[in-house]
Design a protein around this ligand. Sequence first.
Ligand code: ADP
Length: 629
Amino acid sequence: MRQFQAESKRLLELMIHSIYTHREIFLRELISNASDAMDKLYYHSLQDGGTGLSRDDFKITIELDKDARTLTIEDNGCGMTEDDLENHLGVIAHSGSLHFKEKIEQGEDVDVIGQFGVGFYSSFMVADKVTVITKAYGSGQAYRWESSGSEGYTIDPCEKEGHGTRITLHIKPNTEEDNYDEFLNDYQVQDLVKKYSDYIRYPILMDLEKTRMKEGTHEKPEFETYREKTVINSMVPIWKKQKNELTAEDYNRFYQEKFHDFQDPLRVIHSSTEGSSTYYALLFIPAKAPADYYSRDYEPGLQLYASGVLIMEKCHDLLPDYFSFVRGLVDSQDLSLNISREMLQHDRQLQLIRTRLEKKVKSELLSMLEHDREKYDQFFQVFGLQLKFGVYSNFGMHKEALQDLLLFYSSTEKKLVSLKEYVGRMKEEQKYIYYACGDSVSRIEMLPQTELLRDKGMEMLYLTDDVDEFALRVMLSYEGKEFRNVASDNLELETEEEKQSAKEKAEQNKELLEFLTQSLDGKVKEVSLSQRLKSHPVCLSSDGEISLEMEKVLNAMPHATEKVKAQRVLEINMNHPILQKLQSLYETDRDALKTYADLLYSQALLIEGISLEDPVSFSNQICELMTKA
Ligand code: ADP
C-alpha cells in the first residue's frame, strides 16, 4: 500500500467526514476532469495532427449500477501513466483543494458550490472506495489506482482497451442522516449533469430507460420500455449562440428554468466580447423583486462559468451593489476552474468584465428609459429604491453614474419623470429643482408649503421614499441646478416688492414674533411671518442641513442612538386673519397668546406628519377653546 502525502491525507479525511451539503459537486469535478483530459488530447492532435482524432470522437459515459452501488464515469481522453497516477492522484496538486481544506479546518461555512475546485478527492464525499483504470494515449500499458480512503492507495498494472480513464465510485451505504441513493438514480444523476455540466463541449452519455409503442399495436397501443444511450447535455450553451438564432421565448424559458422565476424578465441583455478579455454574458432584469430583495438575506451575484463549467453560483464581484437586482451568468475563458473567491476579487480579468458589465447594464437601462418608458417605469417601481440607495451610499461616489436613471413623481406631470426631463422644462427664472417630502403623493399635495409653488406653476418632485432626500442631498445638484426642499426657509421665489413688504411686516410685528418664539420655549428656533402660505395659517419649515423629513427618517432607524432634530421655524401666514387675532391678544391677553402659540405649533407638526409629544394637552387646549366660544 502506498501512502498519501500528509496534506492529501488530511484533505481526504476531511472529505470523507465532510458535512459539506453540496456533495453532489463531485460529479461536476469528475466530468470536468474528463473534459480536460479530452481537451488535452484534442489539443495535442491539433498540434501535430498525429492522433487522427477529431472532436467528434470524444465522449464521456456515465454508468450506474444500483445492485453493485457503483457510479462509473469514463472518458477517452489522454489518460494517465503510472507516474501521472502517482503524482496527480497522490498529491494535492492545486491550490483550490488546499484552500478548501484550510477553510474547512477553520470551521468556515463553505456552503458555496464551486467556491473551491475541490477536485478528484471530492469523490470521497460520496464513495468509500474509488477505482481508477486508466491508459495514457500512446502507451501500451493500463493501470489501476485504488483507494478506500486515507490509509493509502495501490497502483497495479491491468488491462484496458483504448486510451482514457474509467473511474468507478463505490457509493457509500446510507446512514441515518445521509442518503446516497440519489447518486445511483438515473434521473437524479441526469439532473445533476444538466445542472452543473450541461455545457461541457463533449457529449455526456447515459443509458436511460425509455418507453415506446410496441410495433404493430397502432390500433390498440401497447407500450414497452427499452434502454438507450442518450446524450444528456446540450453542449452548446444558449449564451454562446448567436442572438439571431434565438427567440424571445428561448431566453424567457431559459431564464425561468434557470432562475426559478415564473414571470418573464423585463429585459434580456446578451453580450459577448473578444479582445483583452473573452467572455459571454447573459443577464436578465427581473419583473419582480424577490421577496427578500430589500433585506439582509438577499444574496446577490451572477453565476460564473469558466469555459462552460459552473464555478460559482453567486459571484458578487461581477456587478456593483446598485445593480444587484440583475440575474444571469458570465462565462469567461480566462478564468481557471480552481480560482478561489479571494483570488477572484483581485483577478484582473474579472475587474475588466465588471467594468464592462456595469456600463452595459447602465446603457440598457437608459435605452429602456428612452425607448420603452412603460417598461422602465415598471422597472423603477420595483428596483428604483436600490438605485437611490446606490446614489446615497459611499458618500455619493456613484451619483454621476446613476443620476440619469432616477425617476421621481412630478407635481405637474402627475407621473414619474427623470431629472433631465425636469431640468428641460424649468422656467427661465427658476433657480432650483424643487422637491417636497412626505409619506405619499396625496399627503404631500396637502402640505401648505407646496401651495405657493403650485400657484406659480412650478414643477415639484414629490419624494415619498425615506432615502430620497438623502440621495438628493448627496447629489447637491443636477446639471448645475441645486435641489431645494420646498420646506426650507429660502425658496427665492418672491419679487423684490414682496420681499420689501415682508420685511416691513416683520419689522412691525417684531415684538409679537419674539414673544411667540420665547413662549414656545426652545421648540422652534424662530417664529416668522410667511408669504408662501396662501390659505393655510401655519407651517413648519427648517433652517439648516437637516430637514424635517430627514429628522423623521434618521430617528426611525433601528440603531439611532441620539435623536437628531431639525432646526424648526414656525411660519405664520401674514395674510391670514389669525395674525390679527395674535396681534390683538398680544395687547390684551398674553396667557391666551401662549396657548395659541402652542396650538399653532401643534397644528404645524400634525400637518408635517410629526406626532405630538403631548396629544392630551393639545386636545384639552382645543376643548377649552370650544367651550369658551
Ligand atoms: P485538478 O483537475 O484541479 O488538477 P484533480 O484532483 O481533480 O485536480 O485532478 C488532479 C490531476 O489528475 C489532474 O490535474 C489530471 O492531471 C489528473 N486527472 C484527473 N482526472 C483525470 C482524467 N479523467 N483523465 C486524465 N487525467 C486526470
